[in-house]
Design a binder for this molecule. Structure first.
Ligand SMILES: Cc1cc2nc3c(=O)[nH]c(=O)nc-3n(C[C@H](O)[C@H](O)[C@H](O)COP(=O)(O)O)c2cc1C
Length: 211
């Protein structure tokens, strides 16, 4: 089949976000004058190494309003054990409702920004917003943030000190009401990479330019 989005897809449900999948889930925590907030966003990703930057997007709901007010947010990863409670933070609650309290999610404080984070998340990125861009159509906004602090749960590191999503079953969003769990990593060194022990993923750090 082929369709142009402007003409409709003709299927029972829109396949778009099932095609662009799996997507990592950014469980976004924010703080504002109305209180603390927590909500999942799967229009989320990393977009740069140096400085490390992330994006998330959506219509103008509490999370983005709070980022506009405070200039900061935190991105918490979701482990398999947190899937159901993450879902409890997704309904549209009235502004001012603290989803940490509503869903019974443990709250900790960020180190570098005045913002809550999810206690027990496998990793949390503390971010300072650099830009909010209005997307085509006018109803959706893209938040760009610079990562200024990184929390990693010791249990998310393997014996070689590698952050390993399969250890905690990192959750990703598929389409519809579906999710995927990371259970296995496939290590495949690039052809020109020198042998390493243990075999490493492509380097996560940006190349060091000699001074
Ligand atoms: C797994 C998951 C991913 C979601 N991703 C997004 C997203 O990327 N953008 C968005 O606008 N809403 C997304 N939603 C819906 C929001 O979480 C929901 O509208 C929530 O009420 C927004 O909360 P807030 O008003 O506190 O920001 C997602 C929901 C779930 C369950």
């Amino acid at each position: 089949m082929f369709y142009q989005p402007k003409d409709g897809h003709g299927l029972p449900h829109n396949p778009f976000n099932a095609i662009v999948a799996p997507r990592p889930i950014g469980w976004i925590s924010t703080r504002a004058s109305t209180g603390d907030n927590l909500a999942p966003y799967s229009f989320f990703n990393a977009v740069a190494y140096d400085p490390p930057q992330v994006i998330f997007a959506g219509d103008l709901k509490d999370s983005i309003k709070n980022v506009q007010e405070t200039g900061v947010f935190a991105v918490n990863l979701v482990a398999r054990a947190q899937l159901e409670v993450m879902n409890e933070t997704a309904p549209h609650f009235a502004r001012g409702v603290d989803e940490f309290a509503r869903a019974g999610v443990g709250k900790a404080e960020c180190e570098m920004i005045d913002c809550p984070r999810v206690e027990g998340s496998p990793a949390t990125l503390e971010c300072r917003m650099s830009q909010v861009i209005t997307l085509e159509g006018g109803d959706d906004f893209l938040v760009i943030g610079t990562v200024v602090g990184v929390h990693i749960a010791p249990s998310a590191l393997d014996a070689h000190g590698r952050f390993s999503p399969a250890l905690f079953g990192q959750m990703a969003r598929l389409g519809y009401m579906d999710y995927a769990e990371v259970r296995e990593a496939i290590t495949l060194p690039r052809p020109n990479d020198p042998p390493s022990d243990p075999p490493s993923d492509p380097p996560y750090d940006p190349p060091q330019v000699p001074a």
